[in-house]
Design a binder for this molecule. Sequence first.
Ligand code: GLU
Length: 286
Amino acid sequence: MAASPPPAGIVTRFAPSPTGYLHLGHAHSALIAWRAAREAGGRFLLRIEDIDRTRCRPEFAEALLEDLAWLGLDWDGPVRVQSAHFDDYRAVLDGLSARGLLYPCFCTRADIAREVAAIGAAPHGPEGALYPGTCRRLSADERAARIVSGAPYALRLDMAAALSAVGTPLFFEERGEGRLRCDPARFGDVVLARKDTPASYHLCVTHDDALQGVTLVTRGEDLKPATELHRLLQALMGWPAPAYRHHALMLGPDGKRLAKRDGAVALRALRAAGRSAAEIRALAGG
Ligand code: GLU
């Protein structure tokens, strides 16, 4: 039976965080997105997710552009660099705040760890122990007083309020699996902004996928659980839901997931060792 024609107008993207040099696992991921777009006559976008200024470095961003071009990948339109768009993310946070869906959280990590330990069997989600909700219970006066005093704070999503604002069960389309039901409550009151990182990955990635018209998100399966939260943010904001394809992660010879800290598999190290782009594409499954 002939394969069904690819969907029209497909838009994919590769969205690395410049926290180190790209390695074979990134090449694998980038090639999947690039090929999905190119085979369908669609568009392939490149986005640099450098919101976390404590971990990202401009030299890694520059290096990744060079590595991808060397690999033979081309992308459509300008590269979106998230750190140039803090105002966009701020506007989303302001909108959610105005709807009463965010609250300031003054707890330090140590405060939270203490509370969680005191609870004993505290519920856990995909990102660890769920926030026990301490600051959700502060009065408006107490919040205002702490903000005026200059206490640093994060902004958390009031998960119960967010779920009731959406009101209906959520699903996402996983290519090859169909419609999967989401349970964003598993994340609890997630942080959407911190003092040192003014917008979270979850917020920026969903905002940008919507803004850039991405129709198919291809990324590693480690991010599949996060998609349940992403669907909630999309529903809250009225953003369209792309389809998803979470691919298996490339493993090293030790059976462990390839990591950026593993310099031996950095694309530029392989290139310096004389490997050609065609060889790397073959190694990376392309
Ligand atoms: N920036 C994320 C990372 O490098 C990937 C985000 C995504 O593909 O949704 O892990």
